[in-house]
Design a protein around this ligand. Structure first.
Ligand code: 2PG
Ligand code: MG
Length: 417
């Protein structure tokens, strides 16, 4: 057992230079630290990051109110800690009283402190001895939508997906090479391309939504041939940010096209078939469970993943499960607040054959906990990005886990349905 002695909270910064919260949990025999990320294209149903007063007020609340309540509790009992956070919040639905990012940082720092107190890595502590499989990394190569500036593709993320790799380090190598190749192609294709990158380290270029597909397809095929395993790719359409409720249409401003729900369904289906897409995230806006179900029924060999649709929320996931909306779910712990809540979503997903995809946020710190969560909870895919310090911090942690596991390490069992 390891008992919480103290919580120390401070203000730190994410890769956008935005203020965020970092928490240290000190136990009788260990220590854990976690800092909270932030999304730009957020789902409506995500918890509230901070209550009034932002990070400064949150630090004071932790010192004066939360730390004394958690002191003396057993850090090994993650569920009890997370339950206490809900109680201290007054059990609001969206952590509006203590802040979802405050709950997140305390919850993750506690898990880390408990693992550290037992002399274990987090993935071992949470996942046990049989947690030995590594996830396939989705790597953002071209940014568009709300993640880019000026004229750029309407689709938010074009993601390399080397699902034929035999080791994690091979997969990361493939993503790095694909990213580099795309930079070379863009230099030739666009006169205005100057090597600019988004918060996630993906290229920002003045090219058409559809042209970006050809660039991705060519780079993935060439690298796949060079490395001799299958490198596919996928998308995060982030369709809520294209959806215009009043018009009832998806507005592709760059492309100069508007699509109603039926057109959008056909467009997504065509793209999946033409480019053999293995992964499509948020192809429809966050309340359109029905279209998700329809695409899932019609698309073959492709993960149809809900991010804004589910927001790591088990209740929303159950709504999707009822009608087979999607077959994969993005897991972002700070969409829901605590580790226990996220684990509930992961386990519900797994029970119903949905693939959990553990994901970074566009605004992130060098915190690498998601690497451990993916391995501990047997999530076969992670979405991390390819370049940029806060992404490399997470990828390298997975490289370390693979190295540590040695010949016990294997790639996840991933069936692209
Ligand atoms: C997404 C994410 C991460 P954000 O939409 O999946 O790529 O973006 O963190 O801005 O919500
Ligand atoms: Mg998304």
């Amino acid at each position: 057992m390891s008992f919480i002695e103290d919580l120390i909270a401070r203000k730190v910064f994410n890769n956008r230079g935005e203020e965020t919260i970092e928490v240290d949990v000190v136990t009788t025999s260990g220590f854990g630290r976690a800092s909270a990320p932030a999304g730009k294209s957020r789902g409506k149903a995500e918890v509230m990051y901070y209550s009034q007063g932002g990070v400064d007020a949150a630090i004071k609340k932790i010192e004066d109110f939360i730390a004394p309540e958690l002191a003396g509790l057993n850090a090994d009992s993650q569920e009890e800690i997370d339950e206490t956070l809900h109680e201290l919040d007054g059990c609001s639905k969206n952590f509006k009283n203590i802040g979802g990012n405050v709950a997140f940082a305390i919850s993750l720092a506690n898990a880390e402190a408990a693992a550290n107190s037992h002399g274990l890595f987090l993935f071992q502590f949470l996942g046990g001895n049989s947690a030995t499989s590594l996830p396939y990394p989705l790597g953002n190569c071209i940014s568009g939508g709300q993640h880019a500036y000026g004229k750029s593709p309407d689709i938010q993320e074009y993601l390399a997906f080397p699902h034929g790799a035999e080791t994690f380090i091979e997969a990361v190598t493939a993503n790095a090479q694909i990213h580099k190749k795309i930079g070379d192609f863009l230099k030739k294709k666009s006169g205005t391309f100057n090597g600019g990158k988004s918060d996630e380290g993906a290229w920002i270029a003045n090219i058409d939504t559809v042209d970006a597909f050809d660039v991705m397809a060519k780079a993935c095929e060439e690298v796949g041939n060079e490395l001799d395993f299958e490198c596919g790719f996928g998308l995060d359409v982030a369709a809520s940010s294209l959806w215009n409720e009043k018009e009832g249409k998806y507005v592709y401003a760059n492309e100069g096209v508007k699509r109603d729900s039926g057109d959008q369904l056909e467009f997504m289906k065509e793209l999946i078939e033409k480019y053999h897409l293995a992964y499509v995230e948020d192809p429809f806006h966050e309340d359109d469970f029905k279209s998700f179900a329809e695409l899932t029924r019609r698309a073959k060999n492709c993960l149809i993943c809900g991010d804004d649709l589910f927001t790591t929320n088990t209740e929303r996931l159950n709504n999707g499960i009822r009608i087979n909306a999607g077959n994969a779910i993005i897991i972002k712990v700070n969409q829901i607040g605590t580790l226990s809540d996220a684990v509930k979503a992961i386990e519900t997903a797994q029970r119903h054959g949905y693939v959990p995809v553990v994901s970074h946020r566009s605004g992130d710190t060098c915190d690498w906990h998601i690497a451990h969560l993916a391995v501990a909870y047997r999530c076969p895919v992670v979405k991390i990005g390819v370049m940029e310090g806060t992404r490399i911090a997470k990828l390298n942690e997975l490289v370390r886990i693979e190295h540590f596991l040695g010949n016990r390490a294997k790639m996840a069992d991933l069936k692209i349905r």
